[in-house]
Write a protein that binds this ligand. Structure first.
Ligand code: SAH
Length: 354
């Protein structure tokens, strides 16, 4: 696999352009073209620079292979990478704009029992440019530009554990918020982690004011270990400690994800225990009804049960919302689309999934 030009920040790109004996304005031209989601071959720089770049760098490292549109307007994408790996992403439309969900790894090694992304383990980390490339490709496909973006918000909630790929993810965050590029404000970005405590603490010092989201999904360590192997490494109390540190350093509230799984974590006692755990903390709880995954035997709860759980939290004074499930008719849950694609296609040939 060749190198990825989108991995470079503006300073690195400028150095590369200078090294090739080109004028500085070429760097700006190149950076702008890349951020518009163009292939290197489609950017109007000199033929000499183009061919020098194409010798070492992938022309288009992240390509949209397929698009699926849900009845609710949610779009799901399959992307192909230069080495033939496949990743997936989603674009959800809201009143305030469009939120894109991106992947940070091919597969995942965290092993959560409810999640389709981790079914075949982790294949590899994505580079910063490959994470960014998903956004640039979708913004371009949707007719967006650098000024009039069609992707306004980002959630790092696709396949992969962002903090298991820390350096690439942080570099991506600096690239995507950079003023010369697509410039999506960190405040419009949410990063979700299964609770890698050392990285949560490290991230508190990066000065990237995004929305930190932690997948909790249980109220005791014992119960958490049943569905999330990472709970063998870090306790809920260590996670809460890292969250408190995050708030102390950044002044930013944090969010907990809590997926309601029938018979596991959604009785009234669970709601009361969750409220006791979180009461008085500067946080918000996002409840989501489990998205059932074919390969897993865990079941979701009814809407009524979900609202009952929400009601208990609210009564206890904990800020919480029940998230709408979007795009479930097109395989909305993490990793479902890729898993389905891999089942039906032994080679990444680009054949239709459905
Ligand atoms: N690795 C990160 C990002 C993962 S995806 C993390 O663990 O936070 C974003 C959220 O979706 C996480 O909270 C994850 O636990 C949750 N999730 C994964 N599979 C799900 C499913 N089938 N139903 C509901 N939520 C799911």
């Amino acid at each position: 696999m060749k190198k990825i030009l989108q991995d470079l920040n503006f300073e690195e790109l400028s150095a590369l352009v200078a090294e090739k004996g080109e004028k500085p304005y070429r760097a700006k031209q190149l950076f702008e073209g890349l951020m518009q989601g163009k292939a290197i071959s489609a950017i109007p720089v000199s033929a000499a620079l183009k061919s020098a770049l194409l010798e070492a760098y992938e022309d288009e490292p992240v390509k949209i292979l397929n698009t699926f549109v849900s009845a609710d307007g949610t779009k799901k994408f399959l992307f192909s990478l230069a080495d033939g790996n496949i990743i997936e992403g989603v674009l959800m439309s809201y009143k305030y704009g469009n939120t894109q969900c991106v992947s940070t790894q091919v597969g995942c090694r965290m092993g959560c029992k409810f999640c389709a992304s981790t079914l075949n383990g982790r294949v590899r980390d994505l580079t910063a440019g490959e994470i960014l490339g998903q956004i640039l490709a979708v913004n371009r496909l949707e007719g967006g530009t650098l000024k009039d973006r069609k992707v306004t918000n980002i959630v790092l909630m696709g396949s992969g554990e962002p903090f298991d790929n820390y350096d690439n993810v942080v570099k991506f965050l600096r690239l995507v918020t950079h003023e010369g590029g697509i410039r999506i404000s960190a405040r419009n970005i949410s990063l979700s982690t299964c609770g890698l405590v050392p990285e949560m603490r490290k991230f508190a010092l990066e000065n990237i004011p995004l929305n930190l989201t932690v997948s909790l999904h249980a109220v005791t360590d014992e119960e958490r270990r049943r569905t999330m192997p990472i709970a063998n490494q870090y306790s809920i109390s260590e996670i809460l400690g890292a969250c408190a540190y995050y708030f102390e350093r950044t002044g930013r509230r944090y969010i907990f994800e809590y997926s309601l799984i029938a018979g596991e974590n959604c009785d009234e006692e669970h709601a009361l225990a969750l409220a006791a755990l979180l009461k008085g903390r500067p946080c918000h709880v996002n409840l989501i009804r489990l998205n059932e995954v074919e390969e897993r035997d865990l079941k979701s709860v009814s809407e009524k049960e979900a609202y009952r759980f929400l009601g208990v939290l609210e009564k206890q004074g904990v800020s919480a919302t029940l998230r709408r499930s979007m795009g479930s008719d097109i395989g909305g849950a993490c990793g479902q689309l890729r898993a389905r694609f891999l089942r039906k296609n032994h080679s990444a040939s680009g054949a239709d999934v459905e």
